[in-house]
Write a protein that binds this ligand. Structure first.
Ligand code: GAL
Length: 844
């Protein structure tokens, strides 16, 4: 006993020593965050832990580290952690402590954005909806009930992190915390109370004594010592609000989010790299990719409204956890080049010189003589050749060259040395079970959800109710039901008891049923106005309106009060005479949620599933169930919902989110090839116009067993579930790259002391992404003036006839290969022309 106690004390002391030894002192000065007395250049990326699974986290974090990140940034998601007041959840995808510890284990830092307002295209911006029902509460302003809750939750998170010794001051990875989020964008709408609240947020945060700095983003007047940081597609023009604060960028949008009904945004990596490079060129020292891995809005976590289930974001790591090339690789090269400049960047402020119109050089020098330079061409039209320190450099339009020794170029933002990898979705015919020869789809069972009121807790109220106040967001669904007697002589009727039902809703989907039959539907973000021709009968009639939310608003002043649902008017009118009757203030019967939600049909466990054929299809409100075996292999899995309408899906009881393949992207604004030159905006580069916004839905591998899996769908509008297919996302069957003679040599040709090693010619280097693969064929190779892009390369006027055989010889049979891009290797097929080498290879 005594001995045990001694060991306990000794190990406690040892732990203290270890903690004391590894505890870091994090402060800042006007140039950078300062960790243990040393200024740091930090490269950060956002990964939101509930948008992937704990099983995915280690790989995502490792890929972030391999991509050159130092810091992982995440919000804390209040409504995930406290779904009901005082009932906490820190398990599974919400195991924040585990996530932070995994980041620490990989040797990376954490920026914890506690908020607790997040925004983030997350349901209700991360606020739990129960907060809205606290008497007297007003969100994000000088309001006691709100401040009490915000302080309680913020303190709860800080305490949890402290208990686990996760702050850097305790030896943990957290070097920075954020309070609030972009409040400066909206605070004027809250008047004087907004300012009081902002200052209160700052001092409340500071009082929690984390031992590391706090930041507020987009808050130009953030009080000292809180660091005000910038969010945007570019932040090179940003200056912090005090000469003692470093220039920090908390959200560099690596792409943009997708909405149902919208085309898919993408951001060319040349522009993203340009934005990063010019930020460090102009004295920035911390930037964060929002997102580095976007992930998936599982369950009902997406905000918006109308944010899609995929939160891929065109991020360097895709929704499924695979690196997106050449984005990931080009940024990795950029990070290496920036890190080669770290000592010089941090030593001083730069000397800035103009090299001509739109051409700027920034030179950083240490007292011991190291020198790093950034050369920028911020013109959007023409490439330039500049002279710097007596040497000549080619600068493509809208690009930055990085010279870690002020002489040799290690990187140019517009010259990509990372190969494009093809990724494909491979269809898999799934068997309902191992012994079956049938394919998935032959064994579906179903349960019909009653149309209209079916639950005992339905209630009657006069007038039309706002939806969120009624459902408290416990479900997407709210029934508004009305019975009415029709005599046949009403003035709003046309002959044959025809009429027009007019319904107005503030979002997001309405289905109108007349006497149990679907008569019409519509959807919209904040306004739906339907005029549906209907047939009534003499005698009793039922009007059942099903209103459906698709994520609650998450951004803007007073977003919490935007509301949803059928707020009216609801009228019946004659198409001919225009005579009408307003039903809005009638006695409506309400039902929150669906019967099948109450009985947890999503789990698949019910005994009521019907397997009689034929399977009813293309009818609204049916629950479907089937079983399936895991797709073979270990590649990430998606379900292709083409053929279905809209609903929610569960795999083995886990909700994979809302599916809506019939939501079609608007048909304008897309471009096949987006010019990366010039300022980016969220609608500059769009693809997928006129097609379903999202057909593929991620099912994390860890949610699938080898066999006997259950898939349940709640189909709202009518569809055919037998059309569903599974797909696995595969990477690396094809590799493409074009490297010109003016490309810098790979950044790997630099030693860590910022000295360039001997080789100075550009090199085309290929590597099969899958470790067991080798390059099996070279489908195209041309040194000269090749044209086209991956998959459609062709020879130009100038081509070295030896191209294919040289590249084949160097590459086929190996996992990776390097080929020098020079006339020394290929000969010179056309003396006066600038040449490049384009290669398309296959791996397997
Ligand atoms: C920012 C916000 C983020 C996210 C982003 C868009 O304004 O801070 O949380 O919503 O916009 O993806």
């Amino acid at each position: 006993m005594v001995r045990g106690r001694k060991i306990e004390i000794v190990s406690f002391l040892l732990l203290q020593i270890v903690v004391a030894a590894t505890a870091a002192n994090v402060t800042y000065d006007h140039r950078a965050l300062v960790i243990d007395g040393k200024r740091k250049i930090l490269i950060s990326g956002s990964i939101h832990y509930p948008r992937s699974t704990p099983e995915m986290w280690p790989d995502l974090i490792q890929k972030s580290k391999d991509g050159g990140l130092d810091v992982i940034e995440t919000y804390v998601f209040w409504n995930g952690h406290e779904p009901h007041k005082n009932k906490y959840n820190f398990e599974g995808r919400y195991d924040l402590v585990k996530f932070v510890k995994l980041v620490a284990k990989a040797g990376l830092y954490v920026h914890l954005r506690i908020g607790p307002y997040a925004c983030a295209e997350w349901n209700y911006g991360g606020f739990p909806v129960w907060l809205h029902f606290i008497p007297g509460i007003k969100f994000r302003t000088d309001n006691e009930p709100f401040k009490a809750e915000m302080q309680r939750f913020t303190a709860k998170i800080v305490d949890l992190m402290k208990q686990e010794r996760l702050y850097a001051s305790q030896g943990g990875p957290i070097i920075l915390s954020q309070v609030e989020n972009e409040y400066g964008n909206v605070d004027s709408s809250y008047g004087a109370a907004g300012k009081i609240y902002m200052k209160w947020s700052a001092s409340m945060a500071l009082s929690l004594d984390t031992g590391v700095p706090w930041n507020m983003c987009q808050q130009g007047d953030a009080p000292d010592p809180i660091i005000n940081t910038c969010n945007g597609f570019y932040c090179d023009q940003f200056t912090p609000n005090s000469n003692n604060k470093p220039k920090m960028w908390t959200e560099n949008w690596s792409g943009w989010f997708l909405g149902f009904g919208d085309p898919t945004p993408y951001r060319p990596v040349e522009d993203l790299a340009f934005a990063v490079a010019i930020f460090y060129q102009r004295s920035g020292t911390f930037q964060n990719y929002y997102m580095y891995h976007g992930g998936t809005n599982f369950e009902r976590t997406s905000g918006g409204p109308l944010i899609s289930t995929s939160y891929d974001y065109d991020a360097p790591i895709d929704e499924y956890g695979l690196v997106r090339e050449p984005k990931w690789g080009h940024l990795r090269d950029l990070h290496k080049a920036i890190k080669l400049c770290e000592d010089a960047l941090l030593a001083t402020d730069p000397t800035v010189t103009s090299l001509g119109s739109n051409l700027v050089a920034s030179e950083y020098k240490t007292s011991s003589g190291s020198c790093a330079a950034f050369l920028a061409n911020i013109g959007t039209e023409s490439d330039a050749t500049v002279t710097f320190n007596g040497n000549s450099y080619h600068l493509p339009a809208w690009s930055i060259s990085i010279l870690p020794d002020c002489k040799n170029v290690a990187f140019n933002t517009a010259k990509i040395n990372a190969a494009t990898e093809s990724t494909t979705f491979a269809r898999q015919a799934l068997k309902p079970n191992a012994d079956s020869s049938e394919e998935l789809g032959s064994q579906w069972s179903y349960i019909k959800e009653p149309i209209g009121i079916s639950k005992a807790d339905a209630f009657v109220k006069p007038g039309l109710l706002e939806q969120i106040n009624t459902t408290a967001d416990e479900s997407d669904y709210l029934w508004y039901s009305l019975r009415m007697d029709i005599k046949g002589d009403e003035t709003f009727l046309d002959e044959g008891s025809k009429a027009v039902l007019h319904v107005q809703s503030i979002g997001q989907v309405v289905y109108a049923f007349i006497n149990g039959k679907l008569a019409g539907s519509g959807n919209g973000k904040q306004k739906i106005s339907l005029d549906i021709p209907i047939n009534l009968v003499t005698g009793k009639n039922t009007i059942d309106l099903l209103s459906v939310t698709v994520g609650l608003a998450n951004y803007g002043a007073f977003f919490d009060l935007i509301g949803a649902g059928i707020t009216g008017p609801v009228t019946l009118k004659s198409a001919k005479s225009g005579s009408s009757i307003d039903l809005s203030s009638q006695q409506w019967t309400y039902q929150v949620g669906l019967k099948g939600e109450d009985t947890d049909l999503g789990s698949g466990d019910s005994s009521e599933w019907v397997s009689k054929s034929p399977l009813p299809t293309m009818q609204p409100l049916i629950w479907y169930k089937t079983t399936f075996d895991a797709p073979s292999g270990s590649d990430p899995v998606a379900i292709d919902f083409t053929g279905t309408g809209k609903g929610i899906a569960w795999v083995n009881g886990q909700s994979i989110g809302r599916y809506w393949p019939t939501s079609i992207a608007r048909n304008d604004g897309c471009t096949d090839s987006c010019n990366y030159r010039g300022s980016y905006s969220s609608n500059k580069c769009l693809k997928n116009c006129g097609k379903p916004s999202q057909t593929l839905y991620h099912v994390p591998r860890s949610w699938i067993k080898p066999s006997g899996n259950t898939l349940v769908l709640l189909e709202e509008m009518g569809g055919d579930p037998t059309k569903i297919s599974f797909a696995t996302k595969q990477t690396g069957s094809g590799l493409c790259l074009t490297v010109s003679q003016s490309h810098p040599a790979p950044v790997d040709s630099w030693a860590s002391d910022s000295k360039i090693l001997n080789r100075t010619s550009p090199v085309l280097s290929l590597k099969c992404p899958v470790s067991t693969h080798v390059i099996t064929s070279i489908n195209f190779a041309s040194f000269g003036t090749p044209t086209g892009t991956c998959g459609s390369f062709s020879h130009g006027r100038c081509n070295s006839p030896r191209s294919l055989s040289i590249v084949r010889k160097a590459c086929v049979g190996s996992r990776s290969c390097k080929v020098e891009v020079s006339t020394r290797v290929f000969g010179d097929p056309c003396r006066s022309l600038a040449k490049s080498l384009a290669v398309e290879a296959s791996c397997s």
